[in-house]
Write a protein that binds this ligand. Sequence first.
Ligand SMILES: *Cc1c(COP(=O)(O)O)cnc(C)c1O
Length: 309
Amino acid sequence: MTLIQSINLNFLGASNLNQSYQLDLYRGDLEHAKAPGNKWHKLRHHLKAAEQQNAKYIGSLGGPYSNHLHALAASLEDRDEQAVLLVRGELQAGLTPTLQDAVAHGAELWPSQRADFRLGLEANAVSRITQYYSNIYWVPEGGGGKLGAQGCADWANAIGAISGEYSAWAIAAGTGTTAAGFLSSEACPKLEVFSALKGMAQQQVEVVALAADLVEHQDNLTYFSDRLNFHDDAHLGGYAKLPIELITFLQAFADANPDVELDPVYTSKVLFSIWHKMKAGSWPHTKTLMIHTGGMQGWRGYASHQTPF
Ligand SMILES: *Cc1c(COP(=O)(O)O)cnc(C)c1O
């Protein structure tokens, strides 16, 4: 099966969008059975670094529905290291399905208080855990940093090797690590990036800086910023918010594209934004490749009546 497929854009009253625009989807969600999407790519160089340090444990942190924690626990199931996960403090009657999977994959969980969790790798809980587990390698939240971005640059190169010519690629951003890795790759044409969070306009600068850092082009920031188009207005109310117009859109999308599922937090908002720009005639590319970064397990954080897939 090919990992690149065309999207049927003709739904919700649009009958001729496919005549003006071609939108293809790179199915990163189908790449890896246990850890689909971008998180496994972000982890690859971190896992190598952990191995070089002979780490016995790999620690990281995230929320109770985190795609990152889910992918980390799944990736370690067949390896020697054990996952130690610091979970953002939230009142939950029990473990979320995400954390249940992590435990089933052999991870140990630690709770945290929100205020402490916010400090990331500087959190008190992180130093306490480091005392309990000798030889622990810490991955920053979301699998970020330069090593995370490097794995995404490798991924972009691999996608470029099998995809044809596109005028742009499109991808979602949380931390912006994945976008930076893609931007640094020569395989990537113009990159349209859609932030899943509110108030992230300044992230554009960080993505450019990290991309330049990866290829030691610090002196050539304009080369990267010229290739990047950053959208800070595609979050539909904020991170993980699922307004009714998005649910309606996803139901129509699913009817027109029965073999594709999008995730609620990232990829659905990229597609929502691109489609509306195409409908308004303001999308600047006739041939676009959207990268599916996975995240389907995130639907388990929503009620079934909100779930179109
Ligand atoms: C984490 C995630 C992203 C964002 O990746 P960043 O590197 O943090 O920008 C995009 N899509 C999905 C499905 C994710 O889980």
